[in-house]
Structures are given as C-alpha cells and as structure tokens.
Design a protein around this ligand. Structure first.
Ligand code: G
Ligand code: G
Ligand code: NA
Ligand code: MN
Length: 255
C-alpha cells in the first residue's frame, strides 16, 4: 500500500484527528484559545506528526478532506467544552495555501459553523505568512477578506520568516501575528534575540495587531514576553498539544 492509500484509509477510519494546544493571555492569564494540530493515531506506529502525511495529501489534492475532519472535530470539541461549562473562547485551525485557493472555502466554513450552532468569532483561521506574501491578489485575498468579514479571527502563522510586506498585512485584514518560534527561543538569555523580538512586537503594536508568541518553553521566556507586551503565549512550557478530553481536564485544572 502507498502512503497516500494509508493516509486516506486513516482519514476514513477517524484515526486522524486534532490535538489541541492552549494559548494564554499574558495580561489576565486566562485561556485565550486553542490551536488544532493534526495527529495520526496509528495503531502500530503510535502518534504520527503532520509532516509525515501533509505532503502526501497535498500532492494528491486531498487536503480538503483533512481540513473537513479537522474542522468537524474541532468545532464539535468546542461545542462539548461549552456544554461542560468550560470557557474556551476559540479554536484555531491551520489552512494551507491550497485550501485558501478553494472558492468554496467560505461557504463550507459557514455551513460547518451553522451545523454546530457556533458564531464565526469562535473560529480562528491560521494562515502562513508565506501564503499572503506569495499571493497578494485573487482568490486567496478574497477568501481571507470574506472570512474576516464573517467574523473569523485571522492569525498569521510563523510570522517573521515569510517576507510578507507591511501593505500585505494591512490589505489582508489580519488580526494577530503568531511570532515564529525562532524569535522566541532563548529570548530571556540572548540580548540580540530580545531586540529582534521587541522590534517585531513594536511593529505589531503600531499596526494595531495582536501578538501570539509560539514555542514558549520556559517560565523565564513567558515572563519576558509578558514584560515586552506580547499579548498571548503558546508552547510546551505552558502545555503540549493534547486530545480534546485531556485539554478539558487541563483547562479545569488550570482555572
Ligand atoms: O503539530 P506539529 O508541530 O507537528 O505541526 C507541524 C506543522 O503542521 C505546523 O506547521 C502546522 O501548522 C501544520 N499542521 C498541523 N495540523 C495541520 C492541519 O490540520 N492542516 C494544515 N494545513 N497544516 C497543519
Ligand atoms: O507551524 P505551526 O506554528 O502551526 O506549528 C506548530 C507546531 O509547533 C506544532 O506541531 C507544535 O507541536 C509545535 N510546538 C508547539 N509548542 C512548541 C514548543 O514550545 N517548542 C517546540 N519545539 N515546538 C512547539
Ligand atoms: Na499553525
Ligand atoms: Mn506557527
């Protein structure tokens, strides 16, 4: 069997599903949302990360099947958390450039939200910085604008690595910059790193964009990010990605 056949079968069997990693607001300490990250729960190989199956799906033009599963499970998890009284404000799902070029994307997301009775404000859409850098006009821009108008929060992923222009940031109705892990690592111990991070945070502030730091691994990094005015933090130092039930337990313990 090819990898693609295996992945397709895993999707059909429900072996691929989102795990969730929390994000915290640095000023209140509250959970500001969770990011959904695809995991293949392989019966023999254990947990398979997305790098090992995203490319196969993309090359076969099957990425929309993954995002359907991711959206479905993410929104249903959010509903369940709501029903058990947990305050998880939002779930953010990653969308690739292929999916962002789909002219039916907005209709599909709207339909999914309606199906779960959730307002668009509860859904975050993570878009790679490279996507808006490479596609300034056309269907990608229209999709992102429409999603933003619908009420979804647009997060620009891996910011600082993709050369998006300032004008692109404005034109694309982005709400938050997710500052790439490479700017965050060892920021408490490296003066040069701290200056770079402060510059990025300053840019976001001037543009009126919120910031999320990725890859926060220590209490010292967390504290420094808060001090520098970064709005949200996400990383192994707070919690690793985990299944929906475990996220609920974690959030209950955290509150
Ligand atoms: O979870 P992990 O660090 O292994 O994720 C690796 C990469 O895979 C990240 O860049 C993440 O954005 C991407 N990824 C995770 N889940 C999905 C998904 O459902 N769809 C897409 N397009 N990318 C995803
Ligand atoms: O590209 P994107 O930002 O979507 O990728 C998120 C990936 O980063 C996930 O696969 C997640 O497992 C990983 N990740 C999350 N927090 C940390 C962290 O603190 N350190 C490292 N090394 N990876 C992290
Ligand atoms: Na992401
Ligand atoms: Mn990222």
């Amino acid at each position: 069997k090819t990898l693609l056949e295996e992945v397709e079968r895993a999707l059909a069997k429900g072996q691929i599903r989102p795990w969730f990693q929390p994000q915290l607001c640095t000023s209140t300490g509250a959970i500001s949302g969770v990011e959904a990250l695809a995991r293949w729960l392989h019966p023999e190989r254990g947990i398979v990360p997305p790098v090992e199956f995203l490319t196969a799906l993309e090359e076969a033009g099957q990425l929309d099947r993954l995002s359907e599963v991711m959206l479905d499970h993410s929104l249903s998890a959010l509903r369940r958390w709501d029903e058990t009284g947990l305050a998880i404000p939002r779930v953010s799902v990653n969308f690739s450039d292929v999916e962002l070029r789909n002219p039916r994307l907005v209709t599909r997301l709207k339909w999914e939200l309606d199906r779960f009775g959730l307002p668009a404000s509860r859904l975050g859409v993570e878009v790679l910085e490279t996507v808006i850098a490479d596609a300034p006009e056309g269907v990608v821009a229209r999709n992102i604008t429409a999603l933003s108008q619908l009420g979804c929060q647009i997060d620009l992923d891996d910011f600082g690595t993709g050369h998006a222009s300032i004008t692109a940031l404005r034109r694309f109705a982005v709400h938050r910059l997710k500052i790439d892990r490479s700017f965050v690592t060892r920021v408490d111990r490296d003066e040069e790193q701290r200056r770079m991070l402060a510059a990025v945070l300053g840019l976001a502030d001037r543009l009126g964009l919120e910031t999320v730091a990725e890859g926060v691994e220590s209490v010292a990094e967390h504290a420094l990010l808060a001090q520098l005015g970064c709005d949200h933090v996400q990383g192994f130092g707070i919690a690793r990605p985990m299944p929906a039930d475990q996220l609920a337990d974690w959030a209950r313990g955290y509150a």
